[in-house]
Ligand binder design. Structure first.
Ligand code: NAD
Ligand code: UD1
Length: 340
C-alpha cells in the first residue's frame, strides 16, 4: 500500500479526501493541529468501513515536527496539502497570521520533500486566484487579478512557489483550483463543521432550515444574472475529493505532462443563490426563510469553471448534482442536531 501524507486531513475537504484515498487502497497519515477542526472528525472517518488513517496532532509551523514525521515515515510517497487558514474576512484583519500559516507551512513541507526525495505533491488552490475574471467560464489560462485578500494572495503565492520549486527540485506538483465545495459524505459521518456563524451559503441555509439561524440574507439581487443573484459553481465535496485521488495517481504513474500542472475543479455549471435556495427547498421539502439584502462587499457576479482540461487530462468529471449535494448537506445538518 502506498503511504500518503494528508495535511489538514481532519478538515472539511481533507477528511473526505482521506476516505476516497483509503477506498482506492492508499495508506493515509494525517497531520492536523485541530485549529479549525475537531478530533471527532477522526471518529467520523473511522466509522466509514475500511477507513483507519494514522493521525498525528501537530502544527506544520513547527519545522521540527515535519522533519520528525518524515523520519518516522520514510515510506511516504506523496503529500496532499490542505492545511491552511481559509477565512477571507479574517485574513484581511490578520494578514501576517495568514501569510505565516499558509506560506511558512508550505515552505517547510517542500523543504522536507526535497530533503527526503519525495516527489509527488498536490496543492489546494482556489478559484479565488482569478479574482473578478473578465470572461466566463474561467479556464486555467485566465490571468490572475490582484488578490482581494491576504488569503487569496497566499494561494497565488503558493502556486508561484510551486512553479519555481518544481523547476529546480525533484518535486512534481499539481495545483487544484477548487470552485465552491458543498455537501457531505453520503453516510453523514463527515461533513462541514463551520465554527460560529457560517460565512458560506450552504451551511447558512441548512442552519436556517434547522432553526439555528432565523433567516438567510441573500447578498445582492441586482447582479446582471438571470435572477439578479450571484452565480457560483458549486461542487459536491466527494467529487472534489475524488479529483485529488486521480491527480495523485497521475503523479504516481508519472502521467503528468510537466513538473507543475494546474487544473480547475468545478462542475462547469453555474447556479445563482436563488437557484440554490429553490433546489434546497425541493430536497428538504420545506420553505426557507430568506430576504434579499445589499451585496456583500468583495463578492463578484459570477465564478464558473471551464473544466475541460481536468476532464481530458485527469479523466475526471464531477458526477453529482446540486440536489444531491444539498441533500447530503441537509442530512449532515440533521445528524449534527441529533448528536448535540
Ligand atoms: P478546513 O479549515 O476545514 O481544513 C483545514 C485543516 O487544516 C483544518 O483541520 C485545520 O485544523 C488544519 N490546519 C490549519 N493550519 C494548520 C497547521 N499549521 N498545521 C496543521 N494543521 C493545520 O478547510 P477546508 O475547507 O477543508 O479547506 C482545505 C484547503 O482547501 C485549504 O487550503 C483551503 O484554503 C482550500 N480551499 C478551500 C475552499 C473551501 O471552500 N472550503 C475553497 C478553495 C480552496
Ligand atoms: C467564499 C470565499 C472563497 C472561498 C469560498 C469557498 C469570499 C470573498 N470568498 O467564496 O475564497 O474559496 O468561499 O469557501 O469570502 N451568500 C448569501 N448569503 C450568505 C452567504 C453567502 O447570499 O449568507 C452568497 C454570496 O454572496 C455568494 C454565494 O452566496 O454569492 C456563495 O457565497 P460563499 O459560500 O460565501 O462563497 P464565495 O463567496 O463564492
Amino acid at each position: 500500500m502506498k503511504k500518503i501524507l494528508v495535511t489538514g486531513g481532519l478538515g472539511y475537504i481533507g477528511s473526505h479526501t482521506v476516505v476516497e484515498l483509503q477506498n482506492e487502497g492508499f495508506e493515509v497519515v494525517i497531520i492536523d493541529n485541530l485549529s479549525n477542526s475537531s478530533i471527532e472528525v477522526l471518529d467520523g472517518i473511522t466509522a466509514i468501513p475500511n477507513n483507519q488513517p494514522l493521525f498525528i496532532q501537530d502544527d506544520l509551523k513547527n519545522k521540527n515536527s515535519i522533519q520528525d514525521l518524515f523520519k518516522k515515515h520514510p515510506d511516504i510517497v506523496g503529500v496532499i496539502h490542505f492545511a491552511a487558514s481559509k477565512a477571507v474576512g479574517e485574513s484581511v484583519k490578520k494578514p501576517l497570521e495568514y501569510y505565516h500559516n499558509n506560506i511558512a507551512s508550505l515552505i517547510y513541507l517542500l523543504e522536507e520533500l526535497e530533503a527526503n526525495n519525495v516527489r509527488n505533491f498536490i496543492f489546494s488552490s482556489s478559484c479565488t486566484v482569478y479574482g473578478d475574471a473578465d470572461s466566463m467560464p474561467i479556464t486555467e489560462n485566465t490571468p490572475y487579478k490582484p488578490a482581494d485578500s491576504p488569503y487569496g494572495n497566499t494561494k497565488q503565492m503558493g502556486e508561484e512557489i510551486l512553479k519555481f520549486t518544481t523547476n529546480a527540485t525533484q518535486i512534481e506538483a499539481i495545483s487544484l483550483r477548487y470552485f465552491n465545495p458543498i455537501g457531505a459524505h453520503v453516510t453523514a459521518e463527515i461533513g462541514e463543521l463551520p465554527i460560529g456563524v457560517p460565512q458560506n451559503l450552504v451551511p447558512f441555509i441548512t442552519q436556517t432550515a434547522a432553526g439555528i439561524r432565523d433567516q438567510l440574507s441573500v447578498f445582492g439581487s441586482d447582479y446582471k444574472t438571470h435572477d439578479g443573484t450571484a452565480i457560483r459553481d458549486y461542487i459536491h465535496v466527494v467529487d472534489l475529493a475524488k479529483a485529488h485521488v486521480v491527480a495523485l495517481q497521475r503523479l504516481l504513474r508519472q502521467g503528468n505532462k510537466s513538473n507543475y500542472e494546474i487544473f480547475n475543479i468545478g462542475t462547469g455549471k453555474g447556479n445563482s443563490v436563488l437557484d440554490v435556495i429553490k433546489a434546497f427547498e425541493k430536497v428538504a421539502n420545506q420553505k426557507l426563510n430568506y430576504k434579499l439584502v445589499a451585496r456583500r462587499p468583495g463578492d463578484v457576479t459570477e465564478y464558473c469553471a471551464d473544466t475541460s482540461l481536468a476532464n481530458l487530462e485527469l479523466g475526471w468529471k464531477a458526477k453529482m448534482t446540486l440536489e444531491e449535494a444539498l441533500d447530503s448537506a441537509w442530512k449532515w445538518q440533521q445528524k449534527l442536531i441529533a448528536k448535540n
